[in-house]
Design a protein around this ligand. Sequence first.
Ligand code: ATP
Ligand code: MG
Length: 239
Amino acid sequence: MMPAAAAPALLHLERVSRTYDGGRIVALRDVTLSIHLGEFIAVHGQSGSGKSTLINLLSGIEIPTSGVVSFEHLVSPSAAAWTALRGRRIGIVFQDFNLLPTLTAAENVEISMFGQPGGAAVRRGRALALLEDMGIAHRSGLRPQELSGGERRRAGIARGLANRPEILLADEPTSNLDSATGQAIIDLLFDLHQRGHGMTMVIVSHDPALIARCSRRIRLLDGAIVEDTSTVPAWRPAA
Ligand SMILES: Nc1ncnc2c1ncn2[C@@H]1O[C@H](COP(=O)(O)OP(=O)(O)OP(=O)(O)O)[C@@H](O)[C@H]1O
Ligand SMILES: [Mg+2]
């Protein structure tokens, strides 16, 4: 009897490299990595080691120079397929916020919900609830330039969660936050991970307390993985 095919990884990178400037800058170097449903992964490493590049490849915002990225059974998703995945299944918290300057904090959160059921009132209600969770509901009507760095960060986290993603890719979500607010955000991420079906988390962080709590830690150095505490072998797409 044939053994049952192993379930695919949620996300898989097979020998992925990303270079810039005609190959002179190597941001990510020959990375093979499987991310499984329900993991809580910390990605760490010094500045310039490739953390943001990795996050951008996992969300399809960047395309590898060589190697293959898969999402479940989708091997090298098209640009349209990545857009659909970002609309419905992947949430992203950007390192530099990426908030639209002409929209209020609430509107910035609402635009993540256009792929979801519900009308304008539902979107507004959910945006305000998320901003409330982040402690900035009273700032919901302000535009990004009227918010502090920490408030922008929190608006960016609210937006990343707005589409109820199955996997959240968060690039330094607790930087620019005071320690109490940072801790509250970390607790919220762990709560989302543990609650219900459990959100899969990939969090870039320098925070030793957050890194220590994660079930898996990946360290990058010069674009390569130099440490991965996973005990599960990498999943391989069928040849
Ligand atoms: N669009 C780009 N063009 C040229 N070089 C780039 C580009 N994006 C990233 N790089 C380079 O790739 C390397 C990795 O960058 P990346 O932003 O992934 O690092 P990082 O680990 O996120 O750093 P930090 O902790 O400072 O955010 C760096 O040397 C960076 O300068
Ligand atoms: Mg970065």
